[in-house]
Design a binder for this molecule. Structure first.
Ligand code: G4P
Length: 193
């Protein structure tokens, strides 16, 4: 997606050869115009796929996932990283370890929001090692749902996430694919849309 690649080139800051800072438009300050456009592009791509719900993982996936869900006219479900007191006890959980952040958490989904009739589009901001997306897919399937596809804003193609998800049978659609990252250098390979 040209608009997203241009935005990454203009505002993204490579912090190292594996981490890109995008907090001016994705994960701290959010650019609503870019998010709305992402929502339209993803909704167009998945419109005839019978998506019943969009799923994301809190927090940075919420903005693009909400825009996409709104375009598709389906609910958005936010997978939780922390169990809250208001969450019922009837939940599905899986442990996620983030290699980028060196943290781990219990990804949580209330059984109320997944059923065997569901055909789910998962959306997240970054794809690195695929831990979060694999965990999301695991919860969806544990609840009887089907994963139609996994859509990613920024895929770091030099990490193993995409291959891992493909090998597990999931279709990955990335709007921007970074092939090489170094201080001061961002290179893309061909995106899926
Ligand atoms: P994985 O799910 O693909 O295995 O990724 P990993 O565990 O390595 O990374 C998890 C967290 O790190 C995610 O944020 C993801 O967005 C973030 N992340 C990964 N690579 C980058 C990067 O190059 N730049 C930035 N800015 N973030 C990156 P999270 O813990 O889910 O946090 P949140 O921002 O969604 O709350």
């Amino acid at each position: 997606m040209r608009l997203l690649e241009d935005k990454i080139l203009k505002e993204g800051i490579p912090l190292s050869d594996s981490v890109l800072k995008v907090d001016s438009f994705i994960n701290h300050q959010v650019d609503p115009t870019v998010m709305k456009e992402i929502g339209k592009v993803l909704a167009d791509h998945y419109r005839d796929k019978g998506i019943t719900k969009v799923f994301t993982i809190e927090a940075s996936g919420i903005a693009p996932a909400l825009c996409t869900a709104q375009e598709l006219g389906v609910p958005l479900v936010i997978l939780k990283k922390q169990t809250s007191k208001t969450l019922s006890s009837d939940v599905l959980q899986t442990n996620i370890t983030s290699f980028t952040k060196g943290t781990s958490y219990e990804l949580t989904l209330s059984r109320k929001y997944i059923s065997p009739d569901d055909n789910i589009l998962v959306i997240d901001d970054f794809l690195a090692n695929g831990e979060a997306a694999s965990g999301a897919a695991k919860l969806i399937e544990a609840g009887g749902g089907r994963v139609e596809g996994i859509a990613i804003l920024i895929e770091k193609s030099f990490q193993k996430g995409r291959n891992r998800l493909n090998e597990a049978g999931y279709k990955v659609t990335s709007l921007a694919r970074i092939s090489h990252l170094a201080k001061g250098v961002i290179e893309f390979c061909e995106a899926d849309i």
